[in-house]
Design a protein around this ligand. Structure first.
Ligand SMILES: Cc1cc2nc3c(=O)[nH]c(=O)nc-3n(C[C@H](O)[C@H](O)[C@H](O)COP(=O)(O)OP(=O)(O)OC[C@H]3O[C@@H](n4cnc5c(N)ncnc54)[C@H](O)[C@@H]3O)c2cc1C
Length: 369
């Protein structure tokens, strides 16, 4: 029987694929990442509450310990002495990942190459790519999911530099709810880097993408309302993330699924960066010790909570602003932020459950859709 070309083939060198490759580069396993992009650009910024260490800590561009939520009762300011909300620029992340892969043992990346079919070939896998086929003992698929989720997070953002000092650089505007534009739960998010520089983003939690036209008009209005004076757009970002409990394919007949298609996005919030790091630690440890990786990140209870919470948002989106406001007002910041970012402990779940109004949740729990 011929030996496979590599121990691990990773399909997709984005956040999840590179995070895993960086961990495996320190091991004795041979690894090949297949990535269609011919070069990386600074295409997004990942923000998250840091709950654990990861290899990309020196790529953090900025961090905050205060954030606001604006709902029907006005603005709520929350601060935490221990939880930091951090932003990693993807450009810095990609450079760091390539550097760590380069320094590693037997890990390489094939840029400008698409992976196509994956099939069983004796004891190993055959991956067909633009550049021919490759055999591997394990395949980790981080390609974007082709399935369409029943509910999602959709957003459009611009990082702008303004003439006037219109931002408070110490406080993130996390969820400032606005009149619904999409039939979903709509809010504005402002990540301030300086008094005259911020990422301003409009976001909808909704069953369908409201579309470019709705978002562009809405974002223009929000930016104009800041009265910024002359303004320069430094970068634009847009996204559509799954928010559906049970959306993940964890293990497709033995192919290991990671990233957005493997449940990295927290179903009730869409936060995925920190969870990509957790999943990479889990999968790398299992592959190195020759075990079958378990990519699941959430307990049965967390999955149930997400399912119920999302059902309430989908059926009664007009309740969304008050529900998030209640959570931010009544749950301690550290517990809530662990819940939102997905590193949830039993005590965090309990705090969140007791803070929410029982009736809609009992109904959604009893009558799943
Ligand atoms: C604009 C934007 C902003 C975001 N901001 C945040 C944030 O602030 N905080 C947060 O927690 N999450 C955020 N997310 C969500 C999530 O963290 C990111 O989507 C993250 O990149 C997901 O990681 P991934 O590896 O699953 O997907 P990706 O990083 O998109 O990687 C998938 C990879 O698969 C490759 N690929 C595609 N087709 C093929 C093929 N045929 N063969 C091989 N490879 C292929 C792609 O080129 C890509 O490199 C954001 C998402 C977007 C889009």
């Amino acid at each position: 029987m011929p030996m496979p070309d590599v121990d691990v083939a990773i399909l997709g060198g984005g956040c999840a694929g590179l995070s895993l490759a960086v961990r495996l580069a320190k091991s004795d396993l041979s690894v090949r990442v297949i990535e269609p992009r011919s070069k990386y650009i600074d295409d997004r910024a990942w923000s998250f509450w840091r709950t654990q260490s990861d290899p990309f800590e020196d790529c953090v561009r900025e961090e905050w310990t205060s954030w606001t939520v604006q709902g029907p009762q006005g603005e709520t300011l929350r601060s935490s002495s221990s939880m930091r909300y951090q932003t990693v620029k993807s450009g810095a992340f990609y450079n760091r990942a390539l550097e760590l892969i380069e320094q590693g043992n037997d890990t390489s990346i094939s840029m400008g190459t698409h992976a196509h079919g994956v099939s069983r070939a004796g004891d190993c896998w055959q991956v067909d790519t633009d550049a021919g086929s490759l055999t591997a003992t394990n395949v980790v698929d981080t390609r974007p999911p082709s399935r369409v989720p029943s509910y999602g997070q959709f957003f459009l953002g611009r990082e702008i530099k303004t003439e006037r000092p219109v931002f408070n650089p110490d406080v993130v505007q996390l969820m400032h709810f606005r009149r619904a534009r999409s039939g979903g739960v709509d809010f504005v998010y402002i990540l301030p880097f300086a008094i005259d520089q911020a990422l301003v983003e409009v976001t909808s939690f909704a069953p369908h993408n409201p579309g470019q036209e709705v978002f562009t008009k809405w974002l223009d209005e929000e930016i104009n309302a800041l009265n910024p004076g002359q303004m320069e757009t430094l970068r634009t970002e847009a996204g559509a993330l799954p928010m559906q409990a049970g959306f993940a394919d964890h293990n497709l007949d033995g192919i290991i699924r990671m990233g957005l298609g493997g449940g990295a996005a927290r179903p009730s919030t869409g936060y995925a960066f920190a969870r990509n790091q957790l999943q990479s630690d889990q999968v790398a440890a299992a592959l190195v010790s020759g075990q079958v990786p378990d990519t699941r990140l959430d307990s049965v209870m967390t999955r149930f909570m997400d399912r119920v919470f999302l059902q309430v948002l989908a059926v009664k989106p007009e309740r969304g602003p008050a529900l998030f406001e209640t959570l931010f007002r009544n749950v301690s910041p550290d517990r809530l932020e662990r819940f939102l970012s997905g590193s949830t402990r039993a005590v965090d779940l309990l705090s969140v459950m007791t803070a929410l109004p029982p009736l809609p949740f009992l109904y959604a729990a009893a009558f799943p859709k």
